[in-house]
Design a protein. Sequence first.
Lengths: 111, 116
Amino acid sequence: DQQVKQNSPSLSVQEGRISILNCDYTNSMFDYFLWYKKYPAEGPTFLISISSIKDKNEDGRFTVFLNKSAKHLSLHIVPSQPGDSAVYFCAARRTGNQFYFGTGTSLTVIP
Amino acid sequence: GAVVSQHPSWVICKSGTSVKIECRSLDFQATTMFWYRQFPKQSLMLMATSNEGSKATYEQGVEKDKFLINHASLTLSTLTVTSAHPEDSSFYICSASGDYSYNEQFFGPGTRLTVL
């Protein structure tokens, strides 16, 4: 049972525009959410996170929004750059330090 | 900070042999380590969670006798794929969380296993 879902397997965005990656979850016990970026044949790298008590966290070009009532979070990248092209995974942590990952969204930023 | 290494980065073995993959946290104490498997064009699949000094907790459908996990110290966890078969060929990634930050996991670079 996929507790964390990313329904868009891929996304293409023009350079300079905004990229919006979406993630839905089902378990209300998740207390922390994270976004990871992954290049082929490499391990994921941490990008940005948000606690369940917040609804927004911003770090440079990256902003994560959390809507707890909808069990939805999104990652905004603005402006998008070609180097942002990668697979993005959202993850959710349940108490007990268990992490669940979404299926990933492949972002392509077109120069 | 928060560097996790994996060794080897790529291994090719014959069917029936066992392969050990090491995961090390280089600059922090990893109280919890995770092992993932990734198939081409698919998500990360959590295989097991291990806390230092205790038995690993395996996810449903993961054979604990086939994928042996040891987390003997706060900086080292090993995954041994026993009697490997071609269907075990995959990209195995470990991650760790601990005293650097309990909120995030830090991932190793992954190990590509090819079983002939």
